[in-house]
Design a protein around this ligand. Structure first.
Ligand SMILES: Nc1ncnc2c1ncn2[C@@H]1O[C@H](COP(=O)(O)OP(=O)(O)OP(=O)(O)O)[C@@H](O)[C@H]1O
Length: 298
């Protein structure tokens, strides 16, 4: 039984190793991620950092080599084939980068959105389809096939399709990867509106840094681990005007590991080892050849 205080996405020490022809790639190296119900989060990172591997695991298409991965209380490691297809049909909704993976080319937008409802035996899908196409801003595409829509319209119809069975979680892999900046913004705004109005937990995996402007939480993935996290909120300045506050945090795992940002390490020439010191209210990290005042005095 899920309660609202349990995460909708929970990854603990997730490892994924690919082996082949004598080489071994550690795509995920102990990744930890918690997303609470109703949160909209972007996971960003450079090419090869492990984003798609993470999403493929969360979508139930692949299994971690080690670790724990749960979505909406469903343990993704122990799923039978039948449970997996039920999970993919009822618990999560997907949006992929490539339109043909999202929409059937010979069906209209309305028919595409009605299809998951028909598969699960929902009666009178018309009202729900209309509601979803309006919510995602593509009611005008109702009777058009994918080939008669722009890329951004196709992705917003894909969002409507993903939502049709009322999933708890939406997983999106590079949903704006093939779109220009303006069209991307329209798709991301539709996702934000859905998240606000329906409260559907949303995880977007992308290398597009402009996504950050549309979500409150951005998690940076580096070398198969979550390294830093940026949280945005609106605050009031002295004149009472609203402004956006963005705070960056390092991610620390259960055993105390964290990654220092590359630019910090480079600017202080930190490599191989650093000095740590416990102060009353913070931990000090300094280059190995730095001596503290008390050490100098000895
Ligand atoms: N099936 C596979 N077999 C072998 N190696 C793989 C496989 N899938 C991914 N990898 C490797 O795992 C690492 C992470 O890949 P992944 O596709 O998750 O990165 P990504 O951050 O999504 O990159 P991109 O933004 O380019 O899609 C890469 O080094 C990649 O080459």
């Amino acid at each position: 039984m899920m309660t609202s205080t349990q995460p909708h996405i929970l990854c603990e020490d997730v490892v994924r190793i690919f082996k082949g022809e004598g080489i071994e790639v550690q795509a995920l190296q102990g990744l930890n991620l918690t997303v609470m119900p109703g949160e909209m989060t972007a996971v960003v990172g450079a090419s090869g950092s492990g984003k798609s591997t993470l999403l493929t695991i969360l979508s139930g298409l692949d299994r971690p080599t080690a670790g724990k991965a749960q979505v909406a209380g469903v343990d993704l490691l122990g799923l039978s084939r039948r449970e997996r297809s039920r999970y993919q049909r009822e618990t999560v909704g997907f949006i992929w980068q490539q339109t043909p993976r999202n929409l059937l080319p010979y069906l209209t937008a309305a028919e595409n959105a009605a299809l998951p409802l028909a598969i699960t035996g929902r009666r009178n899908p018309d009202a729900r389809v209309t509601e979803l196409l309006e919510l995602t801003g593509v009611a005008h595409c109702r009777d058009r096939r994918p080939g008669e829509m722009s890329g951004g319209e196709q992705q917003r119809v894909a969002l409507a399709v993903a939502l049709s069975n009322q999933p708890k979680v939406i997983l999106a892999d590079e949903p704006t990867g093939e779109l220009d900046e303006r069209t991307s913004a329209e798709v991301l705004e539709a996702m934000r509106r859905v998240n606000e109005e329906l409260g559907t937990t949303t995880l977007i995996v992308t290398h597009d840094p402009t996504v950050s402007g549309h979500v409150k939480r951005t998690v940076q993935i580096r070398d198969g681990r979550c390294s830093t996290e940026t949280l945005r909120r609106t605050g009031l300045n002295n004149d009472g005007d609203e402004h956006l506050i963005a705070e960056e945090f390092a991610v620390i795992d259960r055993v105390g590991r964290l990654q220092l940002p590359q630019e910090f390490m480079e600017s202080l020439d930190m490599k191989d080892r650093v000095r740590l010191g416990l102060e009353p209210d913070h931990v000090r990290v300094t280059p190995a050849d730095t001596r503290t005042d008390s050490e100098e005095a000895r």
